[in-house]
Write a protein that binds this ligand. Structure first.
Ligand code: NI
Length: 168
């Protein structure tokens, strides 16, 4: 039942790697619009979420009964964890390593462990299965965000054809 979810989790890093392969250091640091995240920031966020947002919470739910799960303030962590000082390619390599280990760990979980629950301090009760599903949903959202950053970078070079598109 989680086959599709685990497949997404197993393959997102290689999709991200392919998307950023030809980007220059400058492009990786560029924000597509005021207040929007750069690819570097997205990568740092993915690496941060991997351990603190996902693995630690899932382990807590598997190993203790209905643990309280702390909320994750993603905007606060941009500064607190110095996302904009990180080397994007190192961050990607570190995230890939963690993801491989995490997918191996998930594949060893028993069906009953996917049903275990925790109490998220903001949204209430969630199960391991629901959090793992949200993890894949989160992956695809950030993959889409990286595509959007690349897409926006082309806009200034389109001349009058810009008229057909409204950037949001
Ligand atoms: Ni996110």
């Amino acid at each position: 039942m989680l086959r599709d979810v685990l497949e997404i989790l197993a393959t997102t890093p290689e999709k991200v790697r392919r998307e950023i392969a030809s980007m220059s250091p400058h492009e990786l640091k560029a924000s597509p619009a005021p207040g929007k995240w750069s690819v570097r920031r997205v990568l740092a966020h993915l690496e941060d979420v991997e351990e603190v947002g996902m693995r630690q919470r899932l382990e807590a739910m598997v190993t203790s009964d209905r643990p309280t799960l702390a909320a994750f303030d993603q905007e606060a962590r941009v500064d607190a964890m110095h996302y904009d000082g990180k080397d994007p390619r190192r961050t990607l390599a570190s995230w890939e390593r963690q993801r491989r280990a995490n997918v191996r760990w998930l594949r060893r979980l028993k069906p009953a462990q996917f049903k275990r629950r925790g109490l998220h301090e903001k949204v209430g009760e969630i199960s391991v299965e629901e959090l793992v599903t949200e993890w894949a949903f989160h992956d695809l959202g950030h993959l889409k965000q990286i595509l959007e950053i690349k897409r926006y970078a082309l806009y200034p070079r389109m001349g009058n054809m810009q008229a057909f598109y409204q950037l949001t």
